[in-house]
Design a protein around this ligand. Structure first.
Ligand SMILES: [Zn+2]
Length: 443
């Protein structure tokens, strides 16, 4: 199966180029997972997506498809073509090896207990599937109330959409819902109001997860940075000092982030400039694929914002039902996602060891608190999620003590706060610090 009509499926891993075109049909993640690596330096994704695979098997596959020196010299990564600054991590890591060893040991025991393969043991359990189905049902039934014009649906729809999407879409887009890539792929299209899967992979998997809080590489640091500053890699402007200390601005920002930015404009800017948020070069796709993508996006956005015009007579209902669900959903999305990396303790941390980097740039909140776990869909175990993105969130509760113990042993600072209130407060302190003109000079 060809990923693109243009060229071969080439990728660069640990400074060597590979042509994986003939491997597309055999890769367990299918063309979707392999497509993330298309044309770019995929070292981080290669390492972070194969934590439990036998290294000798991986090396043997790569060796088979390695390009010779003459062919390699003719190639340039998408990052090089777009002038994106290089950023490399050290992969020889005692900490990383210990993490992988002990987490693998946990899943080996799970695979024996459940009589499934090791990889299957890392995906959603039958209990998690029940949760996914129940939440999906809650979401679908609230949509019926919305179409009937019931006012309560203005809150139940965004709440059920949030709970259902964070427990389903997020894992599916990380290949963590099911071992079958086709199921993950289909599910990733079930929540088009958040983002197109195509743009999401660029922003979340390729950018944010690989280069968390790295200036010019993590697109989450530069969402409309001419209005709001999240990192010292963004030059300070007077507008930052004025706006991001205002409660009305921050509330509006959180309420518009998904509908206006993530789901629509960010996608459009990426298609126009060929780069997501100046940080992640867009995968080269065929014209036909581009047409399908744009048509899908336009129809989705039209449907979300215009359906009430065809269903209701009253303007109050039309305006409320066309806008409020998305505004509330966006607020919930931001309330659960901005507090995990953008804090004074994590935003500017870094380490040359990728595994340590993932720990020091993230913060857990409400560990052992059932409400925080359910409300955030497991995002409160952010450190474990970043270390093992292909593991379903339902396992992170059990992995937390293993990871915390290894962090202590290897002297890696593991950050956690009590719950939502402390996490949101920390994020707002960070936002305030970023509004100060002299912050970059001090740090
Ligand atoms: Zn994620």
């Amino acid at each position: 199966m060809a990923i693109s009509s243009k060229g071969r499926m080439v990728t660069k891993i640990h400074d060597k180029w590979y042509d994986l075109t003939n491997f597309e049909d055999f890769h367990p993640g299918g063309p979707v997972a392999l497509g993330l690596a298309y044309g770019r330096d995929a070292t981080v994704m290669f390492e972070s997506h194969h934590p439990f695979t036998d290294r000798r098997v991986l090396d043997a596959i790569l060796q088979k498809y390695e390009l010779d020196e003459a062919a390699s010299q003719r190639l340039q990564t998408l990052e090089e073509q777009h002038g994106i600054p290089d950023h490399t991590f050290v992969w020889k890591s005692d900490f990383g090896d210990a993490l992988k060893f002990h987490v693998r040991e946990y899943f080996q025991a799970e695979s024996k207990r459940r009589n499934v393969s090791l990889i299957e043991a890392t995906k959603a359990t039958p209990e998690k599937w029940m949760e996914v189905i129940v939440l999906g049902f809650f979401y679908a039934s609230s949509l019926v109330s919305l179409i009937r014009g019931e006012w309560s649906a203005l809150l139940t729809v965004p709440l059920s959409a949030w709970l259902s999407s964070v427990n389903t879409f997020h894992d599916a887009a990380h290949f963590a819902l099911h071992k079958n890539w086709k199921i993950n792929h289909i599910v990733s299209y079930a929540y088009p109001f958040i983002s197109s899967p195509f743009a999401w992979y660029h922003q979340h998997n390729i950018g944010h997860h690989s280069y968390t809080n790295v200036g010019h590489r993590d697109p989450d640091l530069v969402h409309y940075s001419w209005l709001k500053r999240e990192h010292t890699s963004v030059p300070w402007r007077p507008v930052h000092g004025k706006l991001q200390r205002q409660a009305w601005f921050l509330t509006t920002w959180w309420s518009l982030a998904v509908g206006v930015a993530l789901a629509s404009m960010n996608d459009l800017w990426m298609l126009i400039y060929g780069v997501y948020n100046d940080s992640v070069p867009m995968k080269v796709i065929s014209r036909r694929r581009m047409l399908r993508h744009v048509t899908g996006r336009v129809l989705t956005m039209c449907l979300i914002y215009t359906w009430p015009f065809f269903v209701f007579d009253s303007w109050n209902r039309i305006l409320a039902f066309a806008n409020i669900p998305m505004l509330v959903y966006s607020f919930l999305f931001m309330m659960n996602t901005q507090i995990n990396h953008l804090t004074p303790e994590t935003a500017h941390e870094s380490d040359e060891d990728w595994y340590k980097h993932q720990v020091v740039t993230a913060q857990d909140f409400g560990v052992s608190n059932r409400f925080c776990y359910l409300m955030s869909g497991g995002l409160n175990y952010q450190i474990m999620h970043h270390l093992f993105p292909t593991v379903n969130h339902c396992h992170l509760v059990k992995l937390q003590p293993i990871v915390a113990r290894l962090c202590e042993k290897h002297d890696v600072e593991y950050k956690q706060v009590a719950g939502y209130v402390a996490a949101i407060k920390a994020h707002h302190v960070h936002t305030y610090l970023m509004s100060l003109d002299d912050h970059s000079k001090r740090s």
